[in-house]
Design a protein around this ligand. Structure first.
Ligand SMILES: [Zn+2]
Length: 411
């Protein structure tokens, strides 16, 4: 199928609030057969499930499941107590709570990562509503599946998440079938529009910076609460790490599309998006969804290869090895935090090197799939690590200014 014919119906369906990281809605409603469990459909429960699948050692050495260990206790300004667990940190961070103007993958600054973590204090008032809507969403999906009807996730949930995070309606984006909607962009939509840290090398680097900060905090921790805080920082970092195990995230040149491709076709998305940033985000989403659906061969730092399905296929049998690998990586990473606490040594270089052995390597993964799964967009770099060009397939040449164009075979 030609990309244009895929894109135009897609554009018409976009609620656009789930631009990239929060794929709460399917562009085509999945059928019951395609959706054996609600968890298959969503990213957030996948993140949460990973956190719940590992154990963390407390200061006494006992092991507690990640969805039981409270690492971020907060009191909202209205006096509501929030007991966020390690698993909560993985699913909330970056997608619902964070600082949209920060890209740790680009700056590689610990102080930026710290600002991301501190955003929990700044935006804590949003969290009760986010969790409330999230629970409703899960219940809705469960009921829909029980009813035997094809599952249709209403975009009303995206509207609610936008509303829960200080926005109004669809933010600045006007759904074409729904008339103008000049609402405000909430934190949820802002984060989705600038989510570079959830993709490729930026995700790996954002994780490494956050993991390094957590290791340092753990090595200096002198009591249970300080260790728990180190785990909270680790949970934030693990959001980005777990994203690298999703086929739709590992090689999509998210940042490059935003930065390198400047003359987007003005007509193509006309009337749908309020600004070019959102158009570019949609280009990345196109590739994100495509790779996620088709799956990729992943390659880690040791050169081991395995198959990964995308965001919505975490619990499928095809993805079982990938699932085991991401859980093992989060477990090992958390164990490093405890060891740093016990030994009072962050052992940064050795610990990061160990993690890089088992995490998907975006360069090796990109190379491994170039022929078998040609990318829609493909960024290449020179030795100085400055971007050189973004290659774009034929149907997207008018959407992005690029000096080299390569038409992927078989697309
Ligand atoms: Zn993410």
């Amino acid at each position: 199928m030609k990309l244009n014919s895929i894109l135009k119906p897609l554009a018409a369906q976009i609620t656009a609030l789930f631009l990239l990281t929060n794929a709460h809605a399917e562009t085509q409603p999945p059928t019951l057969e395609q959706s054996p469990t609600p968890n298959v459909l969503f990213e957030s429960p996948e993140h949460q499930n990973i956190g719940a699948s590992i154990t963390l050692q407390t200061s006494t050495g006992s092991r507690v499941k990640g969805d039981k260990l409270v690492v971020m206790p907060l009191i909202t300004d209205r006096g509501k107590s929030l007991q966020l667990t390690f698993a909560d940190m993985i699913w909330l961070s970056g997608d619902y709570i964070g600082e949209p103007d920060i890209s740790v993958g680009r700056s590689r600054k610990e102080s930026d990562f710290q600002r991301d973590v501190d955003s929990y204090k700044r935006y804590k008032g949003y969290i009760p509503d986010i969790i409330g809507h999230y629970q409703e969403l899960l219940n809705y999906v469960k009921d829909e599946l029980k009813s035997g009807k094809p599952l249709e996730i209403s975009e009303v949930f995206d509207r609610r998440f936008n509303g829960a995070t200080g926005g109004l309606g669809y933010g600045s984006i006007s759904p074409p079938d729904d008339g103008p909607d000049q609402g405000m962009r909430g934190l949820y939509l802002q984060l989705a529009t600038y989510d570079y840290d959830h993709f490729g090398e930026d995700a790996t680097q954002a994780y490494l910076v956050g993991h390094g900060l957590a290791l340092k905090l753990a090595s200096k921790a002198t009591n249970e609460n300080e260790l728990l805080y180190a785990y909270a920082v680790e949970g934030y970092a693990d959001h980005f790490m777990t994203d690298t195990f999703a086929a739709g995230h590992i090689r999509t040149p998210r940042k490059e599309l935003q930065i390198a491709c400047e003359n987007l076709s003005p007509g193509f998305w006309a009337g749908i998006f309020a600004n070019e940033d959102e158009e570019r985000a949609m280009l990345a989403k196109l590739m994100h969804d495509h790779d996620g659906e088709k799956g990729l061969t992943m390659v880690n730092g040791r050169g081991e290869k395995w198959v990964a399905e995308g965001d919505k296929h975490f619990f499928t049998s095809d993805n079982s090895e990938n699932r085991q690998r991401v859980i093992a990586a989060v477990q090992l990473s958390a164990d490093q935090i405890y060891t740093a606490y016990k030994t009072r040594n962050p052992d940064l270089d050795a610990n990061k090197a160990t993690m890089l052995q088992i995490l998907p390597d975006f360069k090796a993964t990109r190379r491994a799939n170039l022929k078998s799964r040609p990318p829609i967009f493909d960024a290449t770099y020179n030795d100085a690590r400055t971007y050189v060009t973004v290659q774009v397939d034929k149907d997207h040449q008018d959407k992005a200014r690029c000096t080299t164009v390569r038409v992927p075979e078989g697309f």
